[in-house]
Write a protein that binds this ligand. Sequence first.
Ligand code: COA
Length: 278
Amino acid sequence: MGERALIFEDVPADGSSPAGGTISVWTLNRPDKLNALNTQSHQEIKEQCARVESDDNVRCIVIRGAPPPEPEEGKRPKPPAFAAGADISEFAGKDSDDVRPFFEDNAWEAVWNLSKPTIAMVDGFALGGGTELALSCDIRIASDRSTFGQPEINLGLIPGGGGTQRLCRLIGYGRTMEIVLSGGMVSADDALKMGIVNKIVPADELESVTMGLAQDIASKSPFTTKVAKRAVRAALDLPFSEGVLMERSEFVALFDTEDKEIGVNAFLSRSDAEWVGR
Ligand code: COA
């Protein structure tokens, strides 16, 4: 295999509790192709998902795109990108039997199914599968020069990485229809107004803001964090009354954990909680 399509680095989470926690930072690494997601990208993302799921030290995952390379002599610079979609060069000449196995076991679902918190750190184009990868994360922080969209309709396609469903649940029916049917670009400002992203910041602050949030998340009990993610996620699938019951049952069960006692006593004694993760 040639160069990696995904670079990963586990950076120490300062103040992680239990100590030794890390934030796993994944960089989509095909900047010449605006980090378009090809088969190799999917494979490597899936491998990383399996790895962080079984590594107790990893408390939070941040996904980003590699910055544009230095422009070649006489050529125009490439724009910054999170990911400009699935790699369209892999679509030509394929029929449904060719693509079905790939789409049935893809990186978007692998990221979505992680039990740990995930943050998309978006700087530049996040189109098609790039928007969908960001939507597979729990939280999206974007630079103010970012652009989102689902342009698949322009290729005679529709989103295939969960975009119609996750976007609709995130921002509602009408806005999703506009984005999917028009295939148009959505500016960072509009993405913020619609609720596609949690926050937009100047590009030079993107990393510090995103990593600050990741550090904050990594400072909580990793056990409770997973329960919280599971409970919020259930709101997408369950009828409201069942969801409230499910939340109550998760809440009550937390009273049998050591971390609940640690957290409550830390508050009462005005000290920092030192979680044990159970
Ligand atoms: N798949 C494969 N290659 C892609 C790609 C994709 N989704 N998006 C960009 N690239 C490649 C381009 O082919 C080009 O490669 P080259 O330099 O070897 O020719 C390189 O990335 C730079 O892209 P380019 O189109 O030259 O940049 P631009 O600044 O003119 O335009 C975009 C940027 C994002 C508007 C444009 O690249 C684009 O529309 N990309 C496709 C977006 C899309 O439809 N995504 C959904 C796919 S399902």
